[in-house]
Design a protein around this ligand. Structure first.
Ligand code: MG
Length: 393
């Protein structure tokens, strides 16, 4: 027996909440396509993201610890897979569209540069006078433009719902509202996008604690200053563990993720119950986000995030990554401006339409850590004059 497409759509009516985004409300594609015989639109979107080159590059991009410096540290790829798993759990519990949630989660970090947030800051500085750089906007450029898979258009031709879901910031710095294809977006993203967004946060809180402990840059003693960690340690003690060792730490990280996911599901369910949105657009036009931690957990997770910023992300060992990315990305960027022939075919083909700087920014942003280092070694040997340091505040 093969499930027909109309049966798959029929199942959505049975299992999804009225405020979930149904496939039939996907908003369509920029270039109309025939339906697939076996897969819904959001299944196809998810698969297109999974099969993209940008997705495969995530394997060699830094999450927090420089890619390749430890076999157990998260990479941008394993982070993304963990976010998608957490997001699917939350979406299923809240009767939201799991395929849409997964598609947004899998694509949420496609626009990240090499060398993590340090790399993004370097590219922001290099592009400051030329339209700037933002990894969320870059994710949209990748799925709309930079992936080359189809005979008559660029990009992956994803549905409107997935593309809009990737635009999580809806108000620009100048106060104007974000637009997509000229259309002003509602104040909040759909519930599925909100789920992917919070799943991203809570997933990195959990795995950065894990990787931080693994690296020795943070310790169990240091974490005892964090209330949410102490609460999760209590649960670990209740499980019968008494000695604070590797097993204890791993169990407490598990308890931490479970506690955050549990609170998020319960509190969001109570908000949705109270507000009773009757369709997806009620969620998008509400007065506040409907997918959130409880106020108690918001405070607890804020404290954990602040701990990570103070003790891990700004640790001198990780700060050295800033210098590395500024140096390598800056050198490559300047060399590509002077010698565009060094860039790949795709980037060169966009110079005429979008300008040399945007084409170079796309090329540098798309690099993996390994590739950026190789390119840096190559261009700094051939053209040492581009290696001058850029001043970053
Ligand atoms: Mg992320």
């Amino acid at each position: 027996m093969i499930a027909r497409l109309d049966e798959l759509y029929g199942r959505e009516e049975e299992i999804l909440a009225p405020f979930a985004v149904h496939n039939q409300d996907s908003g369509g594609r920029r270039f109309p396509e025939k339906s697939h015989p076996f897969r819904t639109d959001f299944q196809r979107d998810r698969d297109r993201i999974l099969h993209s080159r940008a997705f495969r590059r995530l394997e060699y991009k830094t999450q927090v610890f420089l890619n390749g410096t430890g076999d157990h540290y998260r990479t941008r790829l394993t982070h993304t897979i963990e976010v998608a798993a957490v997001a699917r759990t939350i979406a299923r519990s809240l009767c939201l569209n799991e395929d849409l949630t997964e598609a947004i989660a899998l694509a949420h970090d496609l626009g990240h540069t090499p060398f993590g947030h340090s790399g993004e800051r370097a590219l922001q500085k290099l592009m400051a006078e030329d339209g700037g750089f933002d990894h969320n906007e870059q994710a949209l450029r990748i799925v709309d433009l930079l992936e080359i898979k189809y005979p008559s258009y660029d990009g992956l031709n994803l549905t409107w719902a997935v593309r809009a879901g990737l635009m999580k910031h809806r108000v620009r710095k100048d106060g104007s509202r974000t637009r997509l294809d000229g259309r002003e977006l509602p104040l909040f993203p759909c519930a599925e996008s909100q789920v992917a967004d919070v799943a991203d946060d809570l997933t990195y809180y959990g795995h950065d604690v894990d990787d931080g402990l693994d690296s020795g840059l943070i310790t169990l003693e240091m974490l005892e200053t964090v209330k949410l960690w102490r609460m999760c340690e209590e649960k670990t003690f209740e499980m019968g563990l008494t000695e604070k060792n590797e097993r204890f730490a791993a169990c407490t990280v598990r308890n931490l993720i479970d506690a955050m996911v549990g609170d998020l599901i319960r509190y969001s369910a109570s908000t949705l119950e109270k507000c009773r949105p009757s369709c997806a657009s009620d969620v998008e036009n509400a007065s506040a986000r409907m997918i959130s931690f409880s106020p108690e957990y918001q405070t607890l997770t804020d404290e954990l995030r602040d701990f990570l910023y103070h003790n891990l992300y700004f640790h001198p060992v990780l700060a050295s990554l800033n210098d590395l990315s500024y140096k390598q990305m800056g050198t490559c960027f300047r060399a590509f401006l002077a010698h565009p022939e060094l860039m790949g075919e795709g980037a060169r083909s966009r110079i005429a339409g979008e300008g040399l700087k945007r084409a170079a920014a796309d090329f540098v942003a798309g690099m993996t850590d390994n590739f950026a280092t190789k390119e840096y070694n190559c261009v700094s040997f051939l053209y040492p004059e581009h290696g001058k340091e850029i001043k970053v505040n």
